[in-house]
Ligand binder design. Structure first.
Ligand SMILES: *Cc1c(COP(=O)(O)O)cnc(C)c1O
Length: 468
């Protein structure tokens, strides 16, 4: 058959829109040349966990549309809240002016996040939230007379976004190499990633060992360090690397001891993704105990915050950080950061509705059932000759494919095995988008167990196809 898209002939029916797209649109995280062979998929509609393209083909959204969508596409509650707000007030300058959705959202975020996080600063995407946290931490120390603190500690394999500050504290080799001349130099601490431990070493032991290493880094660098920034429990973009919650409790103690801030980037893991509303809640206590969890000095939120409907982010911090900026105008201590769309009422209103769903429905309980089902379905993969690891934290599960199971040697990245899984998914009604050779599952919480079965079945066949 003559088709403009040799790699995915089944999707060629979308060709007209895909060809128009390629004339003017430049997509993120994409080598546009790939799309000479692979069609862009033009989506016209979403329904729960499904996306529907211009040809009427369906795709189960196994990655929550880049980890944002938690309550399904076309969610009627979120759509109604958005429409209602759009008819009242779509936007207003957020300096000197305020509005009910932003106030109510701040109240609710303070109520549901760990104790002590009593101040809310809005931005409009995850990277911007990270920029805010980094600048605020630096500026706090400056206002306290510690202008010598200018550096940040990040974990190896971390990802905190792609604007220059956020990229500076990210450890993604390709990005760092390319943009190195523009970036701050972070101090990298070894990741507590359990998969990186010695053979047979327990995740808690890896965490303890990594904390010892962090201690010696702090002994050398705390005097020049503003903050340690981490993705609690799961380093998502770095390959769904998971670690023991003890690390977070130990990190809190070390940050207190060495007088540096703790920035928790819960942009991907917040809002129920890891099994608790926030991943920090799992640190250093028995699950379910009232005293569970640690409170960071800054918590960055975005992605699930609006249920995947609007671009919004928030940085929560403590009253004591806030107080360091609070002074007469001429003292010149005010925080310097603003975006045109800061505190957008549409986004705040949809976020409020998202949080109402958490209050009114047994979301976390339902997720526990779904996560257990996903775990059961993936367990047999542990024996697969090309699977080095099957790991899961709540509603994130990942299967790490390797060329050689015994030595855990990956294929050369030029082979793009994960891409084969992606293409297989597109042809079999599933959106799976592996990170390199890590096939992961991060579905919306409205997914059913039957839909999880579909996702896993497609992934299993795609993996066979990819490793062949
Ligand atoms: C996605 C992500 C970001 C960046 O958010 P954007 O909205 O894409 O800028 C930052 N940190 C983490 C942990 C993320 O997963």
């Amino acid at each position: 058959m003559d088709t403009p898209f040799p790699d995915v002939p089944a999707l060629a029916g979308n060709a007209a829109l895909a060809a128009r797209d390629l004339r003017h649109v430049w997509h993120p995280c994409t080598q546009m040349h790939d799309h000479e062979r692979i069609p862009m998929v033009p989506i016209v509609r979403g329904e729960g966990a499904w996306l529907i393209d211009a040809d009427g083909r369906r795709y189960l959204d196994g990655i929550s549309s880049w980890w944002t969508n938690i309550f399904g596409h076309g969610n009627p509650r979120l759509a109604a809240a958005l429409a209602d707000q759009a008819a009242r007030l779509e936007h207003v300058i957020f300096a000197g002016f305020t509005h009910e959705p932003a106030i109510a959202l701040a109240e609710e975020l303070v109520r549901i996040t760990p104790p002590g996080l009593d101040r809310v600063f809005y931005a409009d995407n995850g990277s911007a939230a990270v920029e805010v946290a980094l600048k605020m931490s630096f500026h706090y120390w400056l206002n306290q007379g510690h202008g010598e603190k200018t550096r940040f500690i990040a974990l190896s394999g971390s990802y905190h976004g792609e604007t220059l500050g956020a990229l500076s504290v990210s450890d993604v080799a390709l990005y760092r190499k390319t943009y190195a001349p523009l970036l701050l130099t972070p101090i990298l601490a070894p990741s507590p990633d359990a998969h990186e431990g010695e053979p047979g070493e327990l995740p808690a032991h890896v965490a303890a060992r990594r904390l010892d290493e962090l201690r010696s880094i702090l002994e050398r660098h705390a005097h020049e360090t503003c903050a340690v920034i981490v993705e609690p429990l799961v380093q998502c973009a770095g390959g769904m690397r998971m670690y023991h919650p003890d690390y977070l409790a130990g990190l809190r103690r070390l940050c207190d001891e060495f007088d540096v801030h703790f920035i928790a980037d819960e942009i991907a893991v917040g809002f129920g993704r890891t099994g608790t509303l926030f991943a920090c809640e799992q640190a250093g206590a028995e699950p379910g105990s009232a005293a569970a969890g640690v409170a960071p000095d800054f918590m960055c939120l975005s992605k699930g915050l609006t249920g995947g409907t609007m671009a919004l982010s928030a940085v929560l911090t403590t009253e004591s950080v806030y107080a360091a900026f609070y002074a007469e105008y001429n003292a010149g201590k005010a925080f310097l950061h603003s975006h045109s769309y800061t505190g957008n009422p549409l986004a705040c209103r949809v976020a409020l509705e998202t949080l109402a769903i958490f209050r009114e429905e047994p979301v976390l309980e339902r997720n526990r059932v779904l996560a257990a089902h996903l775990a059961r379905r993936l367990a047999p993969l542990r024996e697969h000759p090309h699977v080095a690891d099957v790991r899961q934290t709540g509603m994130i599960a990942a299967v790490e494919l390797v060329a050689d199971k015994r030595t855990r040697t990956p294929w050369p990245s030029t082979e793009r095995r994960g891409m084969r899984v992606y293409l297989h998914g597109l042809q079999h009604e599933a959106l799976l988008r592996p990170l390199g050779n890590v096939v992961y599952f991060m579905p919306p919480y409205v997914v059913t167990t039957d839909e999880i079965d579909h996702l896993v079945d497609v992934a299993l066949a795609g993996i066979e196809h990819a490793v062949a």
